[in-house]
Design a protein around this ligand. Structure first.
Ligand SMILES: C[S@@+](CC[C@H](N)C(=O)[O-])C[C@H]1O[C@@H](n2cnc3c(N)ncnc32)[C@H](O)[C@@H]1O
Length: 216
């Protein structure tokens, strides 16, 4: 059973982390993030949404001439991302906004691609966030997530992750969520996954919004 995450708590916690987030988590999570961006289409001019953008460590990874919208629930994170965006000069149009990924303020089918980097395990209702991701992605659009995902049932590591979850939630994420399963259940078509980061415990998940939706 998933340990309960509260949005308000995460908003405050990540705002508190924001000035030193990169120092503590940056190097640890960077290899997976960088690798994930290799799978993003390089088509110039595409509209891309990144949910839970944090301090904007990914901003330098977007292809030139992309139109990027980054949202995060924590105002402190958006402030850091704004500072970083000001220092960039890679011909990318960047808009940053405080917003809850569970209630995206964008029309249906609006983005060519949606990126979610280490965020799905930090939200109270991951199914709702994935439904919102799929709603705002255009049919055939890319959905790329990079995240820890609970190990398969029956394997001892999954049990360890269940035990660790109540300890990890107070520091900002859960370890017992099967992210792949949630994405599939909400109708995201998973094309492939690649292992990454420490001990290969994280996954880069490449998906799409199908023209006709079907759970896979
Ligand atoms: C582990 S950090 C990842 C940050 C960044 N994506 C990265 O790759 O380093 C999780 C981020 O998700 C944000 N977040 C948590 N809940 C959210 C929500 N409901 N809506 C939007 N952002 C959220 C946090 O504020 C935090 O910036």
């Amino acid at each position: 059973m998933q340990y309960q995450i509260c949005s308000r708590y995460m908003e405050r916690l990540y705002s508190f982390y924001s000035p030193f987030y990169d120092f503590f988590f940056g190097k640890l999570l960077e290899p997976g993030r960088r690798k994930a961006f290799r799978y993003l289409s390089r088509r110039p001019g595409q509209k891309i949404l990144e949910i839970g953008i944090g301090t904007g460590s990914s901003l330098e990874l977007y292809p030139p001439y992309s139109r990027v919208v980054g949202i995060d629930i924590a105002p402190g994170m958006i402030e850091q991302a704004q500072k970083r965006a000001q220092g960039l000069n890679n011909a990318t149009e960047i808009k940053l906004m405080v917003m809850d990924a569970a209630q995206l303020e964008f029309p249906d089918n609006h983005f060519d691609a949606v990126v979610a980097s280490y965020v799905i395990t930090t939200v109270p209702d991951p199914h709702q966030v994935c439904r919102e991701i799929i709603r705002v992605t255009r049919p055939g659009g890319q959905i790329i997530a990079v995240n820890h995902t609970r190990s398969e049932n029956g394997w001892y590591l999954g049990r360890v992750e269940d035990i660790l979850a109540p300890l990890c939630v107070p520091i900002g994420f859960t370890t017992d969520l099967d992210v792949l399963k949630v994405m599939r259940e909400t109708g995201i078509h998973i094309q492939s996954t690649v292992k990454c980061n420490l001990l290969n415990l994280h996954r880069i998940i490449m998906g799409t919004k199908n023209n006709h939706r079907h759970p896979n």
